[in-house]
Design a protein around this ligand. Structure first.
Ligand code: PLP
Length: 396
C-alpha cells in the first residue's frame, strides 16, 4: 500500500497493531491444535484463549467468565436481541435509538416484521437522547433496552450510565453497543447495571471478524448459535483462535494507550477541526455541543455533496467517509444526521474524519492543506455562489 495514504477513517476500521500480528502468527502456523482437544498440544491453544479472555476482561473491568468471543460486533448485537426475546415471556417490545448502527437497526426492523414492537428513540440537534423519553418508552412488556454508547458517525456519547440506572430501576435488560468506545474512553463494567455489551476487535487495532459479547454473570443469556459447548455454552463453534489471541493483545495495548493516546488523538482531532473551521467558510461540526468521542469529527461543508467530496479526496489519497462505512454509496444521506433533524443539505454534505493511534501530525497538516482545496474545487464545479461567510466557533 502507498505510504502516502492519509487514513482518517478509524471508525470504519483500524490498522492492525504490529504487536497484535506478532502474537497471532504462531496460531496461524505451528500452533494449530483444536482448543477442545484433550492433548497437550491443544492445551497451549486453550491457554492462549484464556489469556485473551483475561486481557479483554481487564479492558472492560469485568470478570473473564463474563467474556464471550463472537465473530463480530454485529453478531454480538444480534445475539443479545435474540436471547432477550427468548427469555422474557412478557417481552414483545424493544427500545433502541434511531441513530444506531445498521448492526442494531436492521435486526430491530426485522423484529417489527415478526410482530414485535420497537420504539426508536429520537435525538435532539446535538444527537443526544432525552432521558425522560427513555423512561417513558419502557413498558411492562419491554424485553430489552439497547442503545449505543458512542455514535459511529458523529462520535456523540449517549449517557449510558444514566440509562443503565433507569433500566435497573425498571428491571429491564440493558445492552449497549460499545463498538466505537473500546480503546477511546475507559469502560468500567464492575458494579455497573449493564447486562450486555458488544465490542469488535477491528475498531481497536485488532483483526477483523472477531468480536466480544460481555454477558453480566447475573444476567440470563441463551445462545442463538447452537452446537458444541464452546464459550461455556454461550457461543457454539470452534474458536477463531488466532483472531481471539489478536483481540486479547489489542485489548492489552488499548489499556496501555488509553491515557496517552486519547490525549494525543484528541489534540490531533481538535487541531484538525480548528484548521478546517478557520480556512473553510461555511464549515461546521455536527454534534459540536454534545459530549463526543475524542477521535471523531463530523464536518458539514456548505454547498457540497459528500459523495463527490469522497471521490475527490480519494484522488488525494485521503480516506474518510460520509457516515458509516457500511453505507458507502448510499445516496439518501445520513440517517443519523436526519434523526438529528438537521437540514437535508447537511445530511448530504457532511464528512466523517476519525483519527487513531497510527495517525501523525503530518497527516493532520496534509488534511488541513488538502481539504480546503477540494471543497473550493467542488463548490466551483457545482457553481455554488452563496456560501456563508460566517466562521463558526472552534470546537474544543
Ligand atoms: N456497531 C457499531 C457502532 C459500529 O460502528 C459497527 C461497525 O462499524 C458495528 C456495530 C459492527 O461491527 P462489526 O463490523 O464487527 O460487525
Amino acid at each position: 500500500m502507498s505510504r502516502q495514504i492519509i487514513y482518517l477513517d478509524n471508525n470504519a476500521t483500524t490498522q492492525l497493531d504490529p504487536a497484535v500480528v506478532e502474537e497471532m502468527l504462531p496460531f496461524l502456523t505451528e500452533l494449530y491444535g483444536n482448543p477442545s482437544s484433550g492433548y497437550q498440544f491443544a492445551a497451549q491453544v486453550r491457554k492462549a484463549i484464556e489469556l485473551a479472555r483475561e486481557r479483554t476482561a481487564k479492558l472492560l473491568e469485568c470478570e473473564p467468565e463474563e467474556i464471550v468471543f463472537t465473530s463480530c460486533g454485529t453478531e454480538s448485537n444480534n445475539a443479545v436481541i435474540n436471547s432477550a426475546l427468548q427469555f422474557e415471556p412478557r417481552g414483545k417490545h424493544v427500545v433502541t435509538s434511531a441513530v444506531e448502527h445498521s448492526a442494531m437497526l436492521r435486526p430491530c426492523q426485522e423484529l417489527e416484521k415478526r410482530g414485535c414492537k420497537v420504539t426508536f428513540l429520537g435525538v435532539d440537534r446535538n444527537g443526544d437522547v432525552d432521558l425522560a423519553e427513555v423512561e417513558k418508552a419502557i413498558r411492562p412488556d419491554t424485553a430489552l433496552v439497547s442503545v449505543m454508547w458512542a455514535n459511529n458517525e458523529t462520535g456523540v456519547l449517549f449517557p449510558v450510565e444514566k440509562i443503565e440506572k433507569i433500566c435497573r430501576e425498571k428491571r429491564v435488560l440493558f445492552h449497549t453497543d460499545a463498538v466505537q468506545v473500546a480503546g477511546k474512553i475507559p469502560i468500567r463494567l464492575r458494579d455497573s447495571a449493564i447486562n450486555f455489551l458488544s465490542l469488535s476487535a477491528h475498531k481497536f487495532h485488532g483483526p477483523k471478524g472477531v468480536g466480544v459479547l460481555y454477558v453480566n454473570k447475573r444476567s440470563r443469556f441463551r445462545s442463538s448459535i447452537i452446537g458444541g459447548s464452546h464459550e461455556n455454552g454461550r457461543r457454539a463453534g470452534t474458536e477463531n483462535v488466532a483472531s481471539i489471541v489478536g483481540l486479547g493483545k489489542a485489548a492489552e495495548r488499548a489499556i496501555a494507550y488509553l491515557g496517552e493516546e486519547v490525549t494525543r488523538v484528541h489534540a490531533m482531532r481538535d487541531r484538525f477541526e480548528k484548521g478546517i473551521l478557520e480556512t473553510v467558510t461555511g464549515a461546521s461540526i455536527n454534534g459540536a455541543d454534545a459530549d463526543r468521542l475524542p477521535n471523531t469529527s463530523n464536518v458539514f461543508f456548505e454547498g457540497i455533496e459528500s459523495q463527490a467530496a469522497l471521490m475527490l479526496l480519494d484522488r488525494h489519497q485521503i480516506c474518510c467517509s460520509a457516515g458509516s462505512a457500511c453505507r458507502t454509496g448510499a445516496a439518501d444521506g445520513s440517517h443519523v444526521l436526519r434523526a438529528m433533524k438537521l437540514p437535508e443539505e447537511r445530511q448530504k454534505g457532511s464528512l466523517r474524519f476519525s483519527f487513531g493511534r497510527f495517525n501523525s501530525e503530518a497527516d493532520v497538516d496534509r488534511a488541513i492543506d488538502t481539504i480546503p482545496q477540494v471543497i473550493t474545487k467542488l463548490r466551483r464545479l457545482s457553481a455554488v455562489t452563496s456560501v456563508s461567510a460566517i466562521r463558526p466557533a472552534v470546537v474544543g
